[in-house]
Design a protein around this ligand. Structure first.
Ligand code: CDP
Ligand code: CDP
Length: 219
């Protein structure tokens, strides 16, 4: 059976990138973390002080998303993608129409051969409206905040669950209410609430969804 394209969208901390990595490894597929691309642009905007949309779009062509790492103009920016400063500004950068156009073009090119898992906010609605399988992955804001808080605390950041919950609710609101490609469940996406599931159980559930839709699917 041909290799599928799998789109995973949803709000912050739903487990999209962790589950996508597990799926890609199990299926031998590529993985594209589109959020890391928007974060890399935001890091450059903040560190280089580039605020003009045309200049930001020109910079996008210097992004190189290689497996789990992100380079901009040859510099590995991966360690800086999850700082509080980048998280606080990424929704603003991502709302720019020119930025989205340039990103979507790169993402479609990467996905054109199939055999790929992409995660983000607009994969099922805009980047790959014909994706073979679309999942809208979610959990309550409280659960997502606790997960993200544990992750950031383990990485040495000084965070509280309340502060993180406020941050992710604000970002989810901005991402869901922007004019271009807002975060929303595609009409043909399967809603999966993984509040009570582990990452492995979530990956199993997505593989079952693939099998239901494509009986010859072999994982
Ligand atoms: O991991 P987390 O869910 O916190 O965020 P992310 O997936 O790294 O995405 C960071 C931000 O990038 C989101 O809050 C969106 O503003 C933006 N984004 C987007 O607009 N479209 C995408 N396809 C992916 C991310
Ligand atoms: O990419 P997204 O923002 O949707 O979420 P993530 O970065 O993959 O997951 C956020 C955190 O929640 C990570 O530390 C995951 O290990 C954790 N998580 C979990 O423990 N159980 C789940 N079912 C989903 C996520």
């Amino acid at each position: 059976m041909r290799k599928l394209s799998i789109a995973i969208d949803g709000p912050a901390g739903a487990g999209k990138s962790s589950v996508s990595k597990i799926l890609a490894a199990r299926l031998g597929y590529a993985y594209l973390d589109t959020g890391a691309m928007y974060r890399a642009v935001t890091y450059e905007v903040l560190s280089k002080g580039i605020f003009d949309e045309i200049e930001i779009v020109l910079m996008i062509n210097k992004i190189d998303k290689d497996a789990m790492l992100v380079f901009v103009d040859g510099e590995d920016v991966t360690p800086f993608l999850r700082t509080a400063d980048v998280s606080a500004h990424v929704s603003w950068v991502s709302a720019m129409a020119g930025v989205r156009r340039a990103m979507v073009k790169i993402q479609r090119k990467q996905a054109e051969k199939g055999g790929i898992v992409l995660d983000g906010r607009d994969i099922g609605t805009t980047v790959l409206p014909n994706a073979d399988v679309k999942i809208f992955l979610t959990a309550s804001a409280h659960t997502r905040a606790i997960r993200r808080c544990m992750e950031l605390a383990a990485a040495g950041q000084d965070v509280t669950p309340e502060g993180i919950e406020e941050d992710i609710e604000k970002r989810d609101y901005q991402d869901s209410h922007r004019a271009v490609s807002p975060l929303r469940q595609a009409d043909d996406a399967v809603l999966l609430d993984n509040g009570d599931l582990t990452l492995e159980e979530t990956a199993d559930a997505i593989i079952s969804i693939c099998r239901e839709k494509f009986p010859g699917f072999d994982a």
